[in-house]
Ligand binder design. Structure first.
Ligand code: 13P
Ligand code: SF4
Length: 301
């Protein structure tokens, strides 16, 4: 059944001049049919640079929206419109404006895990791959408001030494990773390193050897010398790690760190969305243009 599905997807991909982009947390079979799999930063670069006419985005809503911000002339499909990011929904544009009013001269750094409307009210965007570099680039004399992820913000604050006002958002999947889980795995695999995502809580990051974006974790594994690597992020990443570098054994810090939204995309939904050219991402043009400015400032760094 799935080989028939894959054949149909392939035929449509060619006839529609489509590119299929997938995030590193997608289901294995979805990652396997994608033209490109990556972290949020790589996926936005790919969306900006592709000459495909249709982008089929296998990820969550803010990622597909970022592709549309960068490539408004292209059709961007998100195969399940329910695939949202609860962290991105933790701040509204109205809340952002109210918060900005508290800090005169504030510069807003917004994590890419945010709506287009929140990006539109921000000065510069960042991803987990470049948050430290983006925060460092903000003028020294300006207060900074970091939204919506308090933990990525806290991590960037520690690495840059810059004080920031942090919006109290968080990722429900990454907060399930606890420091006791890290210690349990370290005791079980004493010679192994621990690599986690910077959306994890600060005590978890302190206990780990590295905090990296999802593709940063994949690059780290390529030059890893040990036998077993302990991985603290959404467990979908294990598929790509095992596929690309099978010499290492990968164990999750905990099996609980599953993002249900990322798992909503299936091969069937990819095919249906290509057949029906739905659901399409739409962004009002004035919002898109302002959001683009924040995303472009990040890409120019
Ligand atoms: P990356 O940009 O590191 O892939 O992270 C995206 C994300 O949603 C993490 O939860
Ligand atoms: Fe959002 Fe967390 Fe899922 Fe990433 S893992 S998409 S931050 S809910």
């Amino acid at each position: 059944m799935s080989s028939k599905l894959i054949e149909q997807i392939d035929n449509l991909r060619k006839s529609m001049k489509a590119i299929i982009l997938a995030h590193n947390y997608q289901r294995p079979e979805v990652q396997d049919i994608a033209d490109f799999t990556g972290d949020s930063f790589e996926l936005s670069r790919k969306a900006a640079g592709t000459d495909a006419e249709v982008i089929v985005f296998c990820g969550v809503h803010f990622m597909a929206e970022t592709a549309k911000i960068l490539s408004p002339e292209k059709t961007v499909l998100l195969p399940d419109e329910e695939a949202g990011c609860p962290m991105a929904d933790m701040i509204t544009p109205e809340q952002l404006e109210k918060e900005k009013a508290k800090y005169p001269g504030v510069q807003v750094v917004c994590y890419v895990n945010s709506s287009a409307a929140v990006k539109a009210g921000s000065d510069i965007c960042c991803t987990s791959a470049n948050a430290v570099q983006v925060v460092e680039a903000v003028k020294k004399n300006r207060p900074i408001l970091f939204v919506p992820d308090q933990y990525l913000g806290h991590y960037a604050m520690g690495r840059t030494g810059r004080e920031m006002h942090l919006w109290p958002g968080y990722c429900p999947t990454h907060v399930k990773i606890g420091v006791a889980d890290v210690r349990r795995q370290k005791a079980r695999y004493p010679d192994s390193k621990v690599v986690v995502h910077p959306e994890c809580r600060p005590d978890v990051i302190d206990e780990a050897d590295e905090a990296l974006s999802t593709s940063g974790i994949i690059r780290y594994a390529r030059s890893y010398q040990g036998n077993t690597l302990i991985v603290g992020t959404e467990t979908g990443i294990l598929h790509r790690l095992r596929k690309e570098n099978p010499a290492v054994a990968y164990v999750p810090v905990t099996e609980r760190s599953v993002c249900p939204n990322m798992k909503l995309i299936t091969l069937e939904k990819v095919l249906w969305s290509m057949e029906e050219m739905q659901p399409r991402i739409k962004i009002p043009e004035p919002i898109r243009r302002r959001a683009l400015a924040a995303v472009e400032r990040m890409l120019e760094l």
